[in-house]
Design a protein around this ligand. Structure first.
Ligand code: DPP
Ligand code: ZN
Length: 879
């Protein structure tokens, strides 16, 4: 399998100025006729070069140039390439081919959805499974698309751009033509044909243009789309307000299909699986609601960051994904709470991006080489890429950064751009030199920042000694120091921010956050005029995606947990403190001792619970213990069993000490009606559910009944689902009853039932693997129902660390067997799961687990008929 290298890039030999596509759609076999206006690229040495097109799994019918059908020796088709010789400098290329649609569940190329719609998914390199083309993002073309299909089966015919014309044909067929006036790469081409219902709103843009915004969905789902429509309209307005981005087409269409491509930003025709967008208060939990709001907005924001300004090649994918995720995070922060958004992102990065950096697949944001471009959509590309955008924003302030981004969009509209071009634009607009900052994009690995402090009472000076070191990653020998913006503040004994000046600064000292430009391997920072020993609040608002290594006293951590005004730093102090306490117990257990309750920790950790200055949502966030996976990151060898036991012990200690307050929080924040989605109510529900989670850990029948009652009596899906999930983690009688009640109530509803699977797959128990196997192998479990299969795979193999790594080793066997089954049906999902679930870090576990994990990778790799992406991932993991 060929390796594609960044250094091998060269511009295409030919441009495609216009692309006309005609589809005779059919669920078995579809005929595609393309007519492309081709022009030789004068800027490269291409004279006399053949035209090379990608095409995979297609049945070629004919090739013609300027109306003349070519004979078989004018071209060669082999290994996924169609090479046409002796072409003129400018010509019309016409190709006819057939595509097999039937049985294509891969979510690549032309596919049939679970309910029978025909749709396309082309990112990253699947347009070549539809038509012969230069399938690369830097070939930009204007598209006209005509769809013909049976009118009764496919009354709706959609493609990119603006609707042009439609009409009827004989034999009960009809046609529709769409024209997209803006150039685009083929990976955001899309079509959709089906019997779908529609809901429409008119959006008036900032310049007064009316856009018809429509969502198309199945008759069962269409009434559940009003919230999605609302997200969309809010996102359109927000992008105008914050980045000055106006929508460009006359229509904006969204299609929702079961087994659709997750969420895909095709120009003017976004396609989704319901799990990523449908948000109805009856079946969508609060967390999902927020996630879908963010995803719906994300795909809309791609219209500028991805579609209008696209990427030169797949090495630049973070230019659209990192930037767009940055935009969706900023949007989410604006419509919820900034602190909470940062906490969630940090949690996600620690568990997923840092671990990716510490795996055999570690790579820089700008990759050097790849085999399967689908596997480039990583946590590093999205999340580290997004954090680079945040750092660039901290450096100039939000308003200025938004102007820089707007200038970039204006300058590169209609082109295939690079991250270098983005950084160059930033430098020009801001006057800041990014030569050192650039390393964030080209260097893999997580940077660890060590912090030591020293207070000189006599001199009134506070020194911070910083050192940075980046973890080793495969194939990179030396690591250069990065430019790290590190936000800090000094707190006094009352927890107030102290006024202080950095050595060398003049003027009146100001309290509040200071951003240190940390650029050397080692650097000393001195605050002057410090008249009492301060407590350092560091890494405020997660100002850089780095791991902090410091060793404050327990009392200082407790002080920060009680008082830090920066919500992220406050949360993080609680996380460090909790991890420290749990790790002490892990060590005790390893020596055969019993764990011990740390009263000072428990008291501090519970303090946010009755801090009335905090919103309920933030209180809930602060009360969350770092999960087992995160704790394990502090250990050289992950003691899975020790961490599991010590974690449960600490959670129980918090629950016991806080029982009264937790019960009060439970009672005072509950009883919310079914449809109230106001942020305050959502926050209250969150706090109530966190309280319930702790209370159930007490193991008392009363508390288990409380959870069971919540499943039974609550009229709110979030409350029902979370209580079910909490009970599933127990070995109680109430669990079985809750499982029955929930299933019976929701059996008619797909998305609510998906959560029935999730709740069970989430249980951090040693019998969960067996349950997951039972659920996935049951007759009524259809691997093609994407939202369901995704729900269980994500929840179990990705989130449930203990569930898969439990001591018997069954988890690994189930992992390998189910991934192979999934790979045969939807390789996209198996690749996604395997690339994210962290098993490639098998070296972090004990020798017995190492052997079992390696066996799982070998089993998957050697299984018959598995995808090349899965083989690539297994080979990398075993290397
Ligand atoms: N659908 C994915 C996203 O928007 C890939 N483009 O992030
Ligand atoms: Zn995206």
């Amino acid at each position: 399998v060929p390796l594609v290298k960044r250094s091998d890039y060269s511009a295409p030999d030919y441009w495609f100025d216009h692309t006309n596509l005609e589809f005779d759609l059919d669920a078995v076999k579809t005929r595609v006729s393309s007519r492309i206006a081709v022009r030789r690229n004068e800027d490269v040495d291409s004279k006399g070069n053949p035209l090379v097109l990608n095409g995979e799994g297609l049945d070629l019918i004919s090739v013609a140039i300027d109306g003349r059908v070519l004979s078989g020796n004018a071209y060669i088709e082999s290994d996924g390439l169609l090479t046409i010789f002796d072409v003129p400098d400018m010509f019309t290329l016409e190709i006819v081919n057939d595509v097999t649609v039937e049985g294509n569940t891969s979510i690549m190329g032309l596919c049939a959805s679970y309910d029978g719609e025909i749709f396309s998914q082309c990112e990253a390199e699947a347009f070549r499974k539809i038509a012969y083309y230069q399938d690369r993002p830097d070939v930009l073309s204007r598209y006209t698309v005509t769809l013909r299909a049976d009118k009764a089966k496919y009354p709706i015919l959609l493609s990119n751009g603006n609707f042009f014309e439609a009409g009827d044909l004989e034999d009960g067929r009809h046609w529709a033509t769409w024209h997209d006036p803006f150039v685009k790469p083929c990976y955001i081409f899309a079509l959709l044909a089906g019997d779908l219902k529609r809901t429409t709103e008119t959006y008036r843009t900032i310049s007064g243009k009316d856009v018809e915004v429509s969502i198309y969905a199945s008759p069962e789902s269409i009434d559940m789309c009003s919230h999605s429509m609302d997200f969309l309209l809010k996102a359109m307005k927000w992008d105008e307000d914050v980045f000055g981005r106006e929508y460009d087409l006359d229509v904006y269409n969204v299609g929702i299909l079961n087994g659709g491509p997750g969420a895909m930003e095709n120009k003017g025709l976004n396609l989704f699986d319901p799990n990523w967008i449908v948000a109805d208060p009856t079946n969508t939990s609060d967390d999902e609601y927020e996630y879908r709001k963010k995803t719906t907005a994300h795909e809309y924001f791609h219209n500028w960051s991805g579609d209008k300004v696209t990427i030169r090649n797949w090495f630049q994918v973070s230019l659209k994904e990192g930037l767009t995720r940055f935009r969706d995070q900023l949007f989410l922060a604006d419509v919820t709470e900034f602190g909470s958004v940062r906490i969630n992102m940090c949690r996600h990065i620690r568990n997923n991006q840092f671990t990716e950096d510490d795996s055999p697949t570690a790579h820089p944001i700008i990759w050097d080489a790849y085999i399967e471009p689908r596997n480039l959509f990583t946590n590093t590309v999205y999340d580290k890429g997004q954090e680079c955008m945040f750092m660039l924003m901290w450096m100039v302030g939000r308003p200025r950064f938004c102007e820089v981004v707007a200038a970039f969009f204006d300058r590169y509209d209609g082109t295939a751009a690079t991250i270098e071009e983005f950084l160059g634009c930033y430098e020009e607009e801001s006057g800041i030199d990014l030569s050192q900052f650039r390393r964030w994009f080209y260097q893999a690995g997580t940077t660890e920042v060590s912090i030591a402090t020293e207070y000189d009472e006599a001199a009134g000076e506070f020194h911070i000694d910083l050192a940075q070191e980046t973890t080793q990653t495969p194939g990179e020998r030396t690591k250069q120091p990065l430019h790290i913006p590190l936000a800090v503040a000094l707190l006094d004994h009352r927890g107030q921010e102290m006024p202080a000046r950095l050595a060398g600064e003049n003027g009146v000292p100001q309290p509040g956050t200071r951003v240190i430009d940390f650029t050397e391997r080692r650097q000393r920072v001195t605050f002057i005029g410090v008249n009492e020993r301060p407590v350092l609040s560091r890494h405020r608002y997660f100002s850089a995606p780095v791991r902090i290594k410091d060793d404050p006293q327990d009392a200082d951590l407790a002080h920060l947990v009680r008082y830090d005004q920066d919500i992220f730093a406050r949360w993080d102090a609680g996380q460090s403190y909790a991890a420290r306490v749990i790790l002490r117990d892990v060590a005790r257990l390893a020596e055969g001792q019993t764990p011990a309750v740390d009263d000072a920790f428990v008291a501090a950790f519970l303090s946010p619970l009755d801090d009335q200055r905090l919103s309920p949502r933030l209180r809930a966030d602060l009360l969350g213990l770092p999960d087992e996976r995160t704790i394990g990151e502090w250990m050289d060898v992950f003691d899975v069993d020790g961490v599991h036991e010590a974690w449960a012990f600490t959670a129980q200690a918090v629950a016991r000490k806080g029982a009264d307050l937790l019960l009060k929080a439970y009672e005072q924040n509950g009883g919310t009606g079914p449809y109230d989605l106001a942020p305050e109510t959502v926050g209250k529900r969150k706090l109530r559910n966190v309280a319930l989670d702790y209370l159930v850990r007490l193991g008392e029948p009363d508390m288990l009944d409380l959870a069971l009652r919540q499943v039974k009596d609550s009229r709110n899906i979030t409350e029902q689902y979370v209580a079910l999930k909490i009970l599933c983690a127990t070995g109680s009688e109430q669990k079985a009853e809750a499982i029955e009640i929930y299933r019976d109530r929701w059996k008619h509803d797909q998305l609510a039932t998906d959560k029935w699977y999730r709740a069970q797959a989430a249980a951090a128990r040693s019998d969960t693997a067996a349950r997951v196997e039972e659920l996935m192998s049951a007759d009524d479990f259809n691997l093609k129902l994407f939202s369901r299969c995704f729900s269980i795979c994500e929840q179990f193999f990705y989130f449930n660390h203990y569930g898969v790594h439990e001591p018997t080793g069954e988890g690994y066997r189930v992992y390998a067997e189910q991934m192979i089954r999934v790979d045969h049906v939807v390789p996209l999902l198996s690749n996604w799961t395997v690339s994210r679930s962290g098993f490639s870090r098998w070296r972090r576990y004990d020798p017995r687990r190492q052997e079992l994990i390696k066996l799982a990778f070998r089993t998957m790799r050697d299984a018959e008929g598995v995808s090349k992406g899965l083989i690539e991932l297994c080979d990398k993991a075993l290397a």
